[in-house]
Ligand binder design. Structure first.
Ligand code: HSE
Length: 429
């Protein structure tokens, strides 16, 4: 039996996908059963790295999702529309879908999976998180019998590259971002990466799979890395930390989940601390397994295409072994019914790093301690490391505290005469 696939989009990942399927020697034998029937593109005239048989390329994307010959639609357009509409139309036509599109799944996963379950088709998304790193299927299948307690991830390569270079060179965010854009590591519009939206899409997807409930994308707390300075990276280093943009998903004592993205001081001996450059890593903790870390290339043509084609092969394997009228395999499908309650950020317990610029007057550290104490914030360390523009730079690391109490203390501290400014506040793992 042959499995016909239609690709929506033929950019970098689409090209990599075709290369794996067309050059299949030495790879999985099922690849020989997969035929690229149609590829939807914007322009037929653009030169292509991969030569496809004539008639395969088309600018009519609707014709692909409606083509009765096509079994699997592979959506590689990215963005919300027309990806969402085309995915839903493919599902309505009884086609399985493979997608690398984290944004559309994070925002419209509920609608897409409800439609897929009604139609009895799969929506596969291994490439949507961590590029080539296998993490979706391992979470669903190999780790599915564990009670997952946390998923911590460096799941955005662009920001990891920027933070790694800032740490290595003592450089500022804006300079490294500009350089990363010139080198092609960062997009011309870097918003989704540097403001944390891309990582929020991905941690929402991971949390849904790890904890078995849908996650409302709008409720994920999200803070990016624009405010990180070389000064903070240097202080963090002196205190034994590196700064990473983390996606965090945790179970709690209640049924509510913590799901958030923010720059985080990570202890230097933590497994995620040494994940540098554009690499991604996801640390999963569960009972009884303990910790497992997935590490590898989080983006790029070959890596992402590897994940896309692995999904195509999984669907093809089911179609070939049990025919097209099969029941959905619960290890490949999604059966979440309910939305998880997310713990509001003000209710989350965490440690904080705060950098103050204070007048160099006697008693200032005492004032800070008193304000924190008034709001149940216990301090782990207070250090005055240097002077900046005539002001004393004081760095405080707290013990675990509810964020709401911590913010109340900061509001009081901001009004102290002795405190000139609070240049940065970061969370500590
Ligand atoms: N823009 C993403 C990143 C890659 O920088 O990790 C695709 O998910």
């Amino acid at each position: 039996m042959v499995v016909n696939i239609g690709l929506l989009g033929f950019g970098t990942v689409g090209t990599g996908t075709a290369e794996i399927i067309l050059h299949n020697v030495g790879r999985h034998p099922l690849l020989k059963e997969i035929v690229i029937t149609k590829v939807g593109v914007r322009s037929l005239d653009k030169p292509r790295e991969v030569k496809l048989p004539s008639g395969v390329l088309t600018t009519d994307l609707n014709a692909i999702v409606n083509d009765p010959e096509i079994d699997v639609v592979v959506e590689l357009l990215g963005g919300l529309e027309p990806a969402r509409t085309l995915i839903l139309q493919a599902i309505n036509q009884g086609k399985h879908v493979v997608t690398a599109n984290k944004a559309v799944i994070a925002l419209y996963g509920d609608e897409i999976y409800t439609a897929a379950n009604q139609a009895g088709v799969y929506v596969m998304l291994e490439a949507s998180v961590g590029g080539g790193i296998p993490v979706i299927k391992p979470l669903k299948q190999s780790l599915g019998v564990n009670r997952i307690t946390s998923v911590l991830g460096i799941i955005n390569g662009t920001t990891n590259y920027i933070l790694t270079r800032m740490a290595a060179e003592g450089a500022n965010f804006a300079d490294v971002l500009k350089d990363a854009q010139e080198l092609g590591y960062a997009e011309a519009d870097p918003t989704a990466d540097v403001d944390g939206g891309d990582a929020a899409d991905k941690i929402g997807i991971l949390a849904a799979i790890a904890f078995g409930d849908r996650i409302k994308r709008q409720d994920i707390f999200c803070e990016g890395i624009r405010q990180i300075t070389a000064t903070d990276i240097s202080y963090a280093e002196q205190l034994g930390f590196v700064i990473k943009l983390l996606g965090v998903a945790k179970s709690t004592a209640t049924k509510a989940l913590e799901v958030r993205v923010h720059p985080t001081l990570v202890p230097r001996d933590h497994p995620l601390a040494s994940v540098n450059d554009v690499y991604n890593a996801i640390l999963v903790e569960g009972e009884p397994l303990g910790q497992v870390m997935f590490f590898g290339p989080g983006a790029g043509k070959g890596a992402t295409a590897s994940a896309v084609v692995s999904d195509i092969v999984n669907v093809a394997g089911v179609l070939i072994s049990s025919g097209k009228e099969q029941k959905l395999d619960p290890l490949l499908s999604c059966s979440h019914q309910h939305y998880a309650d997310l713990v509001p950020i003000t209710e989350i317990d965490t440690r904080f790093y705060v950098r103050f610029l204070c007048k160099d007057v006697s008693g200032v550290i005492g004032y800070l301690g008193t304000c924190f104490g008034n709001h149940q914030v216990s301090l782990e360390s207070v250090v005055q490391i240097g002077f900046k523009e005539g002001l004393a730079e004081i760095v405080v690391v707290t013990h675990d505290v509810k964020e709401g109490y911590f913010r109340q203390a900061l509001a009081e501290i901001e009004n102290l005469d002795a405190v000139s400014s609070i240049p940065n506040v970061l969370r500590v793992l």
